[in-house]
Design a protein. Structure first.
Ligand code: SF4
Ligand code: ZN
Length: 291
């Protein structure tokens, strides 16, 4: 297949009805990210944006796009202490910060008294999510960032939606909007890639030869729902992107109901007297050693 410019194609999409080469694809990618950001008011040029990078392809694509679109960004990475996976992820984000000439901020979970490897196996991903959300919010607020950008893709949003619907967790759906504004001690959150697919992100980073890790986290669960979403996409092209737009419409019509309480230990926002992060610290880390 040939690109419209005549060169050999690297990307073909029936959804966008385009066939593009390695030179035309990055321009197309930037254009569709720019369109999403504008249409859904996801980010502003005046904002200082903390861009979360894990070392994987999606956050690598996000960092590249935001930099190229002239947003004011710095990178942020959390070392979770998951053996070779964390070491390799750190190497990738360090290289990415050099290639893109962006400041890289790093927090080590072990400095807060525990690592993901200390957590019981069946609770690992839940603990990891709690730690990441807590630390990125804390770091962003304490360092004057206006908004935190994460690289959730259309597959992630559809996946979250299905899982939360099935477990009756309807309130969670309201959080699946592309941007949640700041309040109290909560810094605004943005998902500039919510309409993008993993394939689009992978094509970008491979085409531009950007550094990212292909090592998967050893705790990554087998995700049956993601496989089902891919199967449906094969039968019905555009399913993910159409579905994600419908989810966002629904989310924006639901009220975001924050019950603002503050943790009695750290003072951060919490639904309960002690926040989930302090509970983790008291179970696996320093707070337990102090008691
Ligand atoms: Fe954390 Fe690994 Fe689970 Fe992802 S798969 S949430 S990085 S422990
Ligand atoms: Zn707390």
């Amino acid at each position: 297949m040939r690109c419209r410019c005549g060169k050999k194609a690297v990307f073909h999409s029936k959804v966008y009805r385009v066939t593009l080469c390695d030179e035309c694809y990055p321009k197309f990618y930037l254009e569709i990210v720019k369109r999403s950001i504008k249409r859904y008011n996801i980010l502003k040029k005046s904002e200082k944006i903390l861009t979360c990078v894990s070392g994987g392809k999606d956050s690598c694509a996000m960092a590249y796009a935001l930099k190229e679109l002239n947003y004011d960004i710095e990178l942020f990475h959390i070392d979770l202490g998951i053996g070779e996976y964390s070491r390799e992820s750190f190497r990738s984000v360090e290289e990415l910060s050099e290639v893109l000439d962006l400041n890289l901020n790093v927090l080590k979970l072990k400095d807060y008294g525990f690592t993901i490897e200390d957590v019981e196996r069946r609770k690992v991903c839940s603990a990891c999510g709690i730690a990441k959300r807590y630390l990125m919010n804390l770091f962003a607020r304490e360092n004057g960032f206006d908004v935190i950008a994460t690289a959730h893709t259309s597959e992630d949003i559809v996946n979250f939606f299905i899982k939360n619907m099935l477990s009756g967790n309807i309130e969670y759906i309201s959080k699946l909007r592309p941007r949640i504004e700041s309040f109290d001690r909560f810094v605004a959150k943005a998902k500039p890639l919510f309409e993008r697919t993993e394939k689009e992100n992978a094509t970008l980073v491979l085409t531009l030869n950007l550094p990212f890790t292909q090592i998967e986290c050893p705790h990554a669960p087998q995700d049956v729902w993601k496989e089902i979403i891919y199967d449906v996409e094969l039968k019905r092209r555009g399913f993910k992107q159409n579905f994600v737009r419908a989810i966002v419409k629904l989310a924006e019509n639901l009220k975001l109901d924050w019950k603002v309480k503050h943790c009695k230990i750290c003072g951060e926002i919490s639904n309960t007297d002690i926040c989930s992060f302090c509970k983790l610290r008291s179970t696996y880390g320093v707070l337990s050693n102090q008691s």
